[in-house]
Design a protein around this ligand. Structure first.
Ligand code: SF4
Length: 330
């Protein structure tokens, strides 16, 4: 699989990927009732992905598809049960959590709950520097002001508290806090989904500008393909813990192949009649991950399902310009 990934992902580049997942899986043991036996819940299964420095990898799928579990593993907050994650070619489990934090930083979904309401903006943004014992109080203050400027926050807010800021300003604070450690990689977990639509575009534009200016690599988690359309270089689509389609964003958006990806796109974009694709809607909810369907996990919801689909799980294969897990493609 990794050989396939390497050939497929970056054929022209010998560069060591900034971030790489090799057959990563994470299983949780879950109790359904007080007296019930624990059952395995495979939140992430055999995910192999890679992204080079300065690129944006979007990881998309419905709630419960495993993308947030994957994000936590990329941040070193959860250990994979199987496989490994590499940062600049170095296995993450050989790096201390402090050193991981210097390389990878998160921006979380909810700027309302992710900022301590009792701390000032200066205290919030400078906290990582303090934890890592970087600089004096004065130099930390100067750096906070520098990063506030970078994310478009006026200096006068330095002594304000989160509840005195708008949602967009709070997310800018969260971004400044993430960047002040000068990480190479930022894991953005639904960073705009708690914001008004009018503010979302500003935050996405800011992330795009910062990426260019600082040569950042993003792993951008979203349930909404429309959000990542203008930002992503690569798109990985996940379903019930499995990677089911992976390719260049331009190819995925112009020609979605997996029925699930088409359904996701149909739900957010106006279908392009010239593609000749039938519109697919995701009627039923995601199946219970504790007892996933037999064969292809998507078969109970798939309009293209055939007999083979409920009996046999498709393998992730290379098909022209992408990786795909579906019996429709050879
Ligand atoms: Fe649909 Fe079958 Fe492909 Fe699964 S393998 S997505 S059920 S066509």
């Amino acid at each position: 699989m990794n050989q396939l990934m390497g050939q497929f992902g970056h054929p022209d580049s010998d560069a060591v990927p900034a971030l790489e997942c090799r057959n990563v899986g994470r299983t949780f043991m879950i109790k359904k009732g007080m007296f019930a036996e624990k059952q395995p819940l495979k939140a992430v299964q055999e995910v192999s992905l890679q992204v080079n420095r300065g690129e944006v990898l979007a990881i998309v799928g419905e709630s419960g598809c495993g993308k947030t579990t994957l994000a936590k593993m990329l941040l070193g907050l959860l250990e994979p049960t199987t496989g490994e994650i590499l940062l600049d070619g170095v296995p993450i489990n050989s790096v201390s959590i402090k050193d991981i934090a210097r390389k990878v930083q998160p921006v979380f979904q909810d700027p309302y709950s992710s900022l301590n309401p009792r701390k000032t903006i200066e205290q919030i943004i400078s906290l990582p520097l303090k934890v890592h014992e970087i600089g004096s109080k004065e130099s930390r203050r100067a750096r906070v002001e520098e990063y506030m400027r970078l994310v478009g926050l006026p200096k006068r807010l330095v002594h304000s508290y989160p509840n005195q800021l708008s949602g967009g300003q709070r997310q800018r604070v969260a971004i400044a806090r993430a960047l002040i450690m000068e990480p190479k990689i930022v894991v953005c977990d639904e960073p705009t989904s708690a914001l008004d639509v009018s503010v979302q575009a500003h935050i996405l534009n800011l992330l795009q500008d910062l990426r260019k200016e600082l040569n950042l690599t993003y792993a951008f988690i979203s349930h909404d393909l429309a959000v990542v359309e203008h930002l992503a270089d690569w798109v990985a689509v996940m379903y019930l813990g499995r990677l089911i389609e992976f390719g260049k964003a331009i190819d995925i958006f112009n020609n979605p192949k997996h029925p699930y990806t088409r359904a996701l796109l149909d739900s957010v974009l106006t279908p392009d009649a010239s593609l000749g694709l039938p519109e697919i809607t995701l009627g039923r909810g995601l199946p219970n991950p504790l007892s996933p369907p037999s064969g292809c996990y998507f078969h109970p919801r798939c309009p293209d399902a055939k007999e083979q689909c409920s009996a046999e799980q498709p393998a992730l294969i290379e098909n022209e310009d992408r990786l795909i897990e579906c019996h429709l493609y050879k």
